[in-house]
Design a protein around this ligand. Structure first.
Ligand code: ATP
Length: 221
């Protein structure tokens, strides 16, 4: 059965989620207070409605209860975002993803019971900062406060060595989970895999371990 989603708040973030989900063939109910925003999504989402998500009766009438996953993408109006989340939680929605505006907002959303709180501006800022610090770090995803996944260009220092030669897990406490070579991606590479200079390594581990790995084995271009 197709999953059903609702996106509340059709700003740049909510709008982009709505567009992507719809393009992937999902059933999406798009909701915003603003008529112009709703009109923009009439031909994109399965349903687009003008509604105030802080009104519990409206959410009930719209059948939100039967939706699998609700994304609350209200930004500036923190009060509306929190109230909406609380109502959705009380309605028994099992998956609620909410965009947080700041750390204080995030903390409260977690307390209310949002399943997933995202902070797109902060996270994107961190990813770009890592890329700016080192040209070889192509991407960075924070898994927790002290664990991440990074995508790094192998470079000359690693070139010609196998994963077993490099002994990354024992020496640095992190794992190479995939090696990208051109269009090919080798997930769970063998220990005998020999790294080439242009390879991109996807590494998972503690931040300190990843940092040590980068400092010792990755030469900045
Ligand atoms: P962006 O994703 O563009 O950065 P933003 O973080 O600036 O957005 P806002 O523009 O404040 O977020 O809000 C996103 C959308 O949420 C707006 O289109 C706004 O009309 C809508 N919105 C705000 N409050 C409610 C509400 N109570 N019910 C439904 N939609 C709402």
């Amino acid at each position: 059965m197709k999953k059903e989603f609702a996106v509340i708040g059709l700003g740049r973030f909510g709008g982009s989620i709505c567009r992507e989900l719809s393009q992937e063939g999902m059933q999406v109910l798009a909701m915003d207070l603003d008529e112009d925003k709703v009109n923009e999504y009439r031909d994109i989402a399965s349903h687009a409605v003008i509604a105030d998500s802080t009104d519990e009766n409206v959410l009930k009438e719209l059948g939100l209860r039967n939706i699998d996953h609700v994304i609350v993408a209200i930004g500036d109006n923190i009060q509306a975002s929190m109230l909406t989340t609380l109502i959705l939680k009380e309605m028994g929605i099992t998956k609620i993803t909410v965009k947080a505006q700041n750390d204080y907002h995030e903390k409260i959303l977690n307390k209310i019971g949002a399943n997933h709180v995202i902070h797109p501006e902060r996270d994107m800022g961190k990813r770009i900062a890592h890329h700016i610090i080192s040209n070889n770090i192509l991407d960075y995803i924070e898994l927790s406060d002290d664990h991440s996944v990074v995508e790094v260009k192998a470079g000359s220092r690693l070139s010609g060595q196998s994963l077993i030669d490099l002994d990354i897990r024992a020496q640095y406490g992190c794992n190479v989970v995939a090696v990208k070579r051109g269009q090919e991606i080798n997930v769970s590479p063998m220990a005998t895999e020999v790294i080439e200079e242009e390879d991109i390594l996807i590494i998972i581990g503690g931040d300190k371990d990843i940092n040590r790995f980068e400092k010792n084995l990755i030469v900045d271009d």
